[in-house]
Design a protein around this ligand. Structure first.
Ligand SMILES: Nc1ncnc2c1ncn2[C@@H]1O[C@H](COP(=O)(O)OP(=O)(O)OP(=O)(O)O)[C@@H](O)[C@H]1O
Length: 289
């Protein structure tokens, strides 16, 4: 199985597609009658360049999903700003037009992210409701949907089936197709392989790599799996209790982490190796998804 060679210099020179500037997000919850504040994003600033895979890592509760939700417009920030393609899309108290269709998300577990009562056709056409009629007509036809299913490795007849008729890996392929149906520029991948078997994980990562080249995508990849992060990402941001403590090229982060927390995070993962991650992809059996 061939892995696509990435032109890291071209990616490093690319223009920003997503910029977070001092983004702040607090949650207030009641615990035994007492109001407790959690700072889920604390003055977070980073830039994602067009065409790159930007990893976000950090222990559970460090704020990874909160950042993805803010970029998706599912939550509003309490402070700071988020810009996409040079335009502010999120800031406190302002609701600028959100670029629906241009940013999409793939969630961790396709069992819960796909509606079990919808056939694949309906699942794929749902996101098109938010885009222009021209785009809807172009990408929502049966022929376009069948082509997209082929691009994620599923047969045309899948269109008329329900999610429970597919394996876990196939369901994640449907979720990826749903994310791509609007032809987004940016896709947020929130632990897209962690609910899958190891061999299937490798196939899904390889699929994401080939789709990135085919569709000209930029990814933000949220993961706990440092082996996959090292293999898949161009740069990585490390979150610790809502703060971004380090952003570095992947090789630099793994060979010379500058923050104490990053070192602890890497020390806590004894089993990864770059060669191991590559072997994982090489050895993945065809057709097992
Ligand atoms: N809707 C919410 N209401 C209250 N607290 C929240 C909410 N969403 C997130 N939090 C809190 O914000 C913090 C960051 O959570 P978040 O889910 O972003 O972390 P994470 O790094 O994605 O964790 P995981 O890896 O477990 O998914 C946590 O303390 C969490 O409990």
């Amino acid at each position: 199985m061939t892995v696509q060679a990435r032109d890291t210099r071209a990616v490093a020179a690319a223009e920003p597609i997503l910029t977070l500037h001092q983004v702040q997000k607090r949650f207030l919850v009641r615990k035994r009658g007492i109001r407790v504040e959690t700072v889920a994003a604390d003055q977070v600033s980073f830039t994602v360049r067009r065409g790159e895979v930007f990893g976000l890592v950090g222990e559970s509760g460090s704020g990874k999903t909160t950042l993805a939700n803010l970029v998706m417009g599912l939550e509003a920030p309490d402070g700071g700003e988020i810009s996409f393609c040079g335009r502010v899309i999120a800031s406190p108290g302002r609701r600028p037009p959100f670029p629906y269709g241009d940013i999409q998300m793939v969630f961790q577990d396709p069992r819960s992210s796909l509606n079990p009562r919808m056939r694949v056709h309906q699942i794929l056409t749902e996101p098109l409701r938010a885009v222009s009629p021209e785009r809807r007509a172009q990408f929502g036809s049966e022929a376009a949907l069948v082509e997209l299913l082929g691009q994620v490795g599923l047969r045309p007849e899948s269109l008329h089936r329900f999610p429970h008729e597919f394996s876990g890996g196939q369901r994640q392929r449907i979720a990826i197709a749903r994310a791509l149906v609007t032809r987004p520029k940016l896709v947020l991948l929130d632990e897209p392989t962690s609910a899958l078997d190891v061999s299937v994980q490798a196939q899904v990562i390889q699929l994401l790599q080939s789709l990135q080249a085919e569709f000209g995508l930029t990814y933000v990849f949220i993961s706990h799996n440092m082996g996959v992060v090292r293999y898949f990402c161009d740069r990585v941001g490390v979150l610790y209790r809502g703060r971004l403590v380090e952003v570095a090229d992947t090789d630099t982060l793994f060979s010379a982490p500058s923050h104490e927390y990053t070192r602890r995070l890497l020390d806590a993962v004894p089993t990864w190796s770059h060669a191991g991650a590559e072997r994982l992809v090489e050895e993945a059996p065809n057709g097992g998804v």
